[in-house]
Design a protein around this ligand. Structure first.
Ligand SMILES: [Zn+2]
Length: 339
């Protein structure tokens, strides 16, 4: 994730303006796209209107928060999952082996990308498809890569070190891996695509971020296209709060309502407040621009004053199995109530 917030003032020397101008431009782009987005969005929303949740809901299987937390530890043991590093390769092998054992169809899309700084990257998006033949399907996504630099570290000496990525990268991946087990054990009432995007956090600027989501958006076929998407990012904080994100509210309001209503039905209204925050640059933006209504479920405040975000403090002790279970249960409620 990449908030429009105050790191410019926290870190003025670190970033002499390019990043922030670019970031502002990125959001401006998202906003000025509105007229061209509208026809596709209207069509997509009409689709959603025809696809109200089925009644009665299917039984919702339990979600194991401890298993999800164990998936965070597994990922941290690989080391940072930066494209081109051994940890990245090890994590990809782990995801593919596990997903192959759980999902009827797993697609790995490997593609090259040259950064604005001239780095040649090999990136891989992975999709695990449950009920692959179902025409009515939804998408849950998260990024699996981790950021190469701890840009927000208080000590300048730490800023060139990779962040561990327990919450940022690890948590969303852990929840989707646990949901893969749930979906394998009990068939969902509609198709579900679990998408693990690469290159979300490469950076340092948004010019070289959201790479896997852009790739997915560019290659999204009409056939088998999900009716909407839900992005999970930073979903493991032991002190969680998931307010609706402003761009999601503006461009995918029906999906926001579905997710936050599911949270309320589960008794989690306290952690899913209704007042919107943001906007935030994240993987949902390329999908929205491609006409796929997608919302970002993201914790805007990780540690006191967001002090653990993009720092070496993004470690597993800051996470809780209870939070991972809660987010997994909200997704399970969404799925098994019919989407
Ligand atoms: Zn990040």
């Amino acid at each position: 994730m990449y908030p429009r917030r105050t790191e410019a003032s926290r870190n003025p020397k670190r970033d002499p303006g390019g990043t922030f101008r670019h970031r502002a431009m990125y959001h401006a782009t998202a906003m000025t796209k509105r007229p061209s987005m509208r026809p596709t969005l209207v069509a997509a929303l009409a689709l959603l209107g025809c696809a109200e949740p089925m009644d009665p809901p299917a039984a919702r299987p339990p979600v194991d928060g401890e298993a999800a937390l164990a998936h965070v530890h597994t990922q941290l043991a690989f080391g940072p999952r930066i494209p081109g590093t051994p940890g990245h390769s090890a994590q990809l092998r782990w995801m593919l082996a596990r997903l192959d054992s759980l999902a009827p169809e797993v697609v790995a899309d490997t593609f090259p990308y040259v950064t604005t700084g001239g780095d040649s990257l090999t990136l891989t998006n992975v999709v695990a498809r449950f009920r692959p033949d179902a025409t009515r399907r939804i998408l849950l996504l998260t990024h699996w890569d981790t950021r190469p630099t701890s840009d927000e570290a208080a000590d300048p000496a730490d800023r060139d070190t990779p962040l561990p990525g327990a919450n940022d990268g690890g948590s969303g991946t852990a929840v989707l891996m646990e949901l893969a087990r749930v979906l394998a054990e009990q068939a969902p009432p509609l198709g579900v695509d679990l998408l693990f995007v690469d290159g979300e956090d490469y950076g340092p600027t948004t010019a070289d971020m959201f790479l896997g989501a852009r790739r997915y958006a560019e290659t999204l076929p009409d056939e088998g296209r999900p009716i909407y998407g839900v992005l999970l990012d930073m979903v493991g904080d032991r002190d969680p709060r998931f307010p609706p994100e402003a761009t999601s509210v503006e461009f995918a309001p029906i999906v926001v309502r579905k997710v936050w209503q599911a949270a309320r039905r589960m008794g989690y209204a306290e952690y899913f407040p209704e007042r919107a925050v943001g906007p935030l640059g994240d993987d949902h933006i390329p999908l929205l621009e491609a006409g796929l209504p997608t919302v970002d479920v993201v914790d805007f405040s990780y540690g006191p004053g967001n002090a653990w975000w993009h720092t070496p403090d993004d470690t597993a002790d800051k996470l809780s199995a209870t939070t991972l279970k809660m987010v997994g249960e909200v997704m399970a409620e969404l799925i098994y109530s019919g989407g």
